[in-house]
Design a protein around this ligand. Structure first.
Ligand code: XMP
Ligand code: MG
Length: 174
């Protein structure tokens, strides 16, 4: 496994996920929520979060790539696979592992709003606000983190590390 240093413990993450779930339960009370999860990084966050929701939820998945095996955003996006049911008049929550430059979210927002949802909000586990290139803000943010490449809790480096129960900073030597 790659050398890394713990940034957020399992307990810190679980506590924060519960707080976000509590807010969603209130904000979407009496509604059905359609969560669109961006693969693959969002899956661990999604699976913990939905089990804390008391409101009815549907889940959908999208796959997009921007990084390949690099740690920097190349600035070009490829929509590999997109199967999202009709979102017209639905309350949509776009769920991602991390908001970095904002390019991915900007692209997805533009595509998904074409479907005319009743509402559309963004939920991310992590936010690196200093790296933003496009003015995108998430309504629900787990943690703001400094500009380091992180792995764990769904996030990977070269496809490894997603199964770590904590979040960790990848050692720069990697
Ligand atoms: P943008 O720059 O478009 O990128 O906001 C968002 C996507 O970039 C990936 N990303 C990371 N993945 N550790 C990761 O494992 C990181 O520190 C990191 N920073 C950005 C991620 O896939 C996210 O969806
Ligand atoms: Mg990745």
């Amino acid at each position: 496994m790659f050398k890394h240093k713990i940034l957020l413990t399992e307990e810190q993450i679980q506590r924060r996920v519960l707080e976000i779930a509590d807010r969603l339960n209130l904000d979407y009370a009496d509604r059905t929520l359609d969560i669109v999860c961006v693969l693959k990084g969002g899956i661990v966050f999604l699976s913990d979060l939905i089990r804390l929701l008391h409101i009815p939820v549907r889940i959908h998945f999208l796959r997009i790539s921007s990084y390949g095996n690099e740690t920097q955003n190349a600035g070009t996006l490829n929509l590999h696979f997109s199967y999202v049911a009709d979102l017209e008049n639905r309350h949509v929550l776009l769920l991602e592992d991390i908001l970095d430059t904002g390019i991915t979210m900007d692209y997805l927002l533009k595509h998904l709003t074409e479907q005319k949802p009743a509402s559309m909000k963004i939920c991310v586990l992590l936010d690196k606000p200093y790296r933003r290139k496009v003015d995108i803000r998430a309504e629900y943010v787990g943690f703001e983190i400094p500009d380091h490449f992180v792995i764990g809790y769904g996030l990977d480096y070269q496809e490894l590390g997603r199964n770590l129960r904590y979040l960790a900073i990848l050692d720069p030597s990697e």
